[in-house]
Design a protein around this ligand. Structure first.
Ligand code: BGC
Length: 418
């Protein structure tokens, strides 16, 4: 690991050479996974292709992400989508599958909507056998509700809807990356890759020739599990103490669910070495996951830790201490952006090595949308790697893809049912 002795702090940023080498390894893992060989990229089929813009009607969407569950009432009309109403609640600490999906069904019941077909964005790795049947392979994002892994997710949801007397029927299930790609492609024919840079990290793309059907299909790469990466000692430490060591290695370096914890581990180490002093370290930084990505994003945006310390009744750090920590946090955030860029570069190389056509990359997630300098770093890294061909690649923030995309998936499934 790079540990800069002169300024006495670890370094996280990647060189362009490292980014290119990660992109190369990513492309190779894609090919292995697609061919059904051992790979850290699961390359899961979605049984969906991109919409053609003619999908229309009113549909219910359930968006089951990392931090919240939402139910939405969505109107689709010839390439335009509108959210007519929604209910949103924090994910409960549920003790059983029935409690969890009963909670989601309750949100659907709270919608005033004439829609009766439901698309379900379920943002976890699932083995899908058709557009409406997906078995959860493993929980991610440190969620552990028992009785859900291995189950047919829409069956669990349908059972709870029926138990609450709801006539609503799930007709499609999809990953949030897939929803984001569907939303972008609804009115952009160049959209063929989507990335989530939020609590979790993942990407999908439109494979022109699915090994299952021989036709175009969106593949959920579950790229958060990619593991051909240069790890720092802090990445190793975080992984070892996580719920599932060895899994989701890219996610643990790139996702909002983990960046605050990485920074906390650095701070704890610098305190142990007495490089960082002052502040009641144990109270503030002693508990795992007590420092959030939003906290460190705030430090980076303000250029100081002191307002945050002040809010917690702690004495300010010296200028020197802030100068030590704020750049580390900035680098942790920017490395995440570089890793997202490397995954995008690897995917583009697989799809179109000579960059003969245009590609729109749909991106959603709070890091990309809100963190200072993040979107710029993704763009800069891709441009630096692609050089004069960079103009073929457009990055686009696509909000609400997991809600609108679920409605588009339901519309596609209903078209196919006819
Ligand atoms: C999940 C993915 C999801 C991503 C973003 C990851 O933890 O495994 O399925 O797309 O988070 O929400």
């Amino acid at each position: 690991m790079a540990y800069n002795a002169r300024i006495r702090r670890p370094e996280f940023l990647l060189s362009l050479e490292q980014v290119n080498s990660i992109a190369g390894a990513f492309g190779r893992e894609m090919a292995e996974g697609l061919a059904g060989r051992d790979s850290s990229l699961k390359m899961l089929p979605s049984f969906l292709t991109v919409p053609d813009g003619t999908e229309q009607g009113r549909f219910i969407a359930v968006d089951f992400g990392g931090s919240y569950i939402r139910a939405l009432d969505v109107q689709l009309d010839q390439g335009k989508a509108g959210i007519l109403g929604y209910q949103k609640k924090a994910l409960p600490a549920a003790g059983s599958a029935s409690e969890l999906f009963g909670f989601a069904a309750g949100l659907v019941a709270g919608l005033v909507s004439p829609g009766s077909y439901l698309g379900h964005t379920f943002s976890f790795p699932c083995r899908q056998v058709d557009v409406n049947t997906a078995y959860l392979l493993t929980w991610t994002k440190e969620i552990t509700t028992p009785g859900v892994e291995g189950q047919d997710i829409n069956r669990l949801l349908h059972r709870e809807l029926a138990a609450q007397g709801s006539p609503v029927r799930p007709v499609a299930i999809l990953n949030d990356t897939v929803g984001t790609l569907l939303t972008a492609a609804y009115n952009d024919p160049h959209a063929d890759i989507a990335v989530i840079c939020g609590t979790g990290h993942n990407a999908c793309y439109l494979e022109p020739c699915s090994p299952i059907t021989g036709r175009p299909m969106i593949i959920n790469m579950e790229s958060g599990n990619f593991n051909k990466l240069p790890y720092t000692v802090f990445d190793e430490q975080l992984d070892a103490a996580s719920d599932k060591p060895g899994r989701q290695r890219l996610e643990k370096m790139a996702a909002g669910g983990y960046l605050g914890e990485l920074a906390r581990l650095v701070i704890v180490e610098l305190m142990a070495q007495k490089i960082l002093q002052g502040a009641d370290g144990l109270t503030l930084f002693g508990r795992p996951y007590s420092l959030t990505t939003a906290d460190i994003a705030g430090w980076v945006a303000q250029g100081s830790v002191n307002p945050w310390l002040g809010e917690r009744g702690q004495a300010a750090w010296s200028e020197e201490q802030s100068r030590l920590i704020v750049p580390v946090c900035r680098e942790i955030m920017l490395r995440s952006a570089q890793l997202a860029a490397a995954a995008i570069l690897g995917t583009i190389k697989h799809l179109d090595p000579g960059l003969a056509r245009e590609h729109t990359i749909a991106i959603d997630g709070s890091l990309y949308e809100k963190a200072a300098g993040y979107a710029g770093e993704v763009e800069r890294t891709i441009s630096a790697s692609l050089g004069e061909k960079a103009g073929q690649v457009k990055l686009k923030l696509v909000k609400d893809g997991s809600g609108i995309g679920a409605a588009i998936a339901a519309a596609i499934a209903c078209k196919e049912e006819v």
